[in-house]
Design a protein around this ligand. Sequence first.
Ligand code: URA
Length: 461
Amino acid sequence: MAEKNYADKYSMYDLIAKKRDGGRLEQAELAFWLRSMLDGSVPDYQTAAMLMAIFWRGLDEAETFALTEEIVASGEQLDLRGLAGVTADKHSTGGVGDKTTLIAMPLAAACGLKIAKMSGRSLGKTGGTADKLASVPGFRLDLPEAELLQQVAEVGLAVVAQNKNLTPADKRLYALRDLTATVDSLPLIAASVMSKKIAAGAQVIVLDVKYGSGAFMPDVASAIKLAQLMVKLGQSCGRRVTAVLSSMSTPLGAAVGNALEVAEAAEILRQPECAPVSAELRRLCVVLAGEMLYLGGLAVSRADGWRQAEAALQEGRGWRKLLQFLQAQGGDTAALEAGSLAQAEYVLPIEAAQSGYLAAADAAQVAEIVQFLGAGRERVEDEIDYQVGVRFQKPAGAWVDQGETLLEIYASSLLRAEAAERELRSILRIVAEPPQLEPLIWGLVDERGAARPWAELTAEQ
Ligand code: URA
């Protein structure tokens, strides 16, 4: 009898039932599922059912590796092997006010790494890196591959929107996960993130895995598990990977909102010292850039990596690299250089009602408010308002006098500004005693998968 053809060999119904009952999926079965999903022979309702079965039953390590490989195989891969030098990438699992790419990448490129970064237009509450960059007039996110590679060779850094031909299976799976409450699954997150990073071609990948109210992972323990799985996935595909673990229980830095975040990134890169409200964000970016340098072999130790990144910042090389890269992609940087990129119709300050210490604001609550102002999107087709958001003037834990400005609301309608003001007043708390603040950086999952608290890492350097 003739061998059954691929599509006849498996039944999607049977595969769903197998996973529902706790069975293991073979690589060929996963390949059948993804191919059939993409060619339309498996309908979305069966993929949705499979995702829910995976959500409850999980995937073991071998299944997660196989799924990652099959997602990579579902599309093209970016070939960076023709670039001279070490290619590096970074990925944050996402958060509120997360503009680390805009700071850490120019620093790493200024120190000699070659970076071709793909960034998402996020469905999140506050916009992805691609949305932030779209707030720079003229900036092009759609460079063709040859232009992308040429820019990386010449400038050291290019950031483009996710190429539609890379990991198409992830795109479809993610859209369905988003609609079926199956995003928060460790193996599905790991396969989704790492397939994109592997397809994007860099040799060195530094992950920034977030935990807390504004992140996918609720706590350090679950973030460590996700980081260990992703590091192992990346290493098994021949990449050098580590993961920094950082808190996302309160917004990162001063600004939340697209143009406001680009402006904050520029301020940090432009000055050797930064405002206290941006200091922890600045430190995280130096650590991320330093880690990329160390993993890429351009620094002899982690401490050497941090020193090099810090020097690039102090000497203005990171700032010049940011301008060079934005301009190379058509960005008009005049407003950014003049400090006037973020311009909203209504700027409403919120002042301290009493003197005391400012408690940390909850990241998820701030994200809701910023989305209400128009900075994020709920559906892919939603328009983003680049100019709206909030900007904290004081860091959590700072002493504030009655009447001092705590933050400013940037809005395009007075009605929304006032509604946001009411919400923010209800979540900003001033307390009599200095609040206990969680450190921003917990530590690192290293190349061997060991979870290393920050104190241990710094003591060893
Ligand atoms: N980011 C991704 O790219 N995929 C996920 O599943 C979650 C976060």
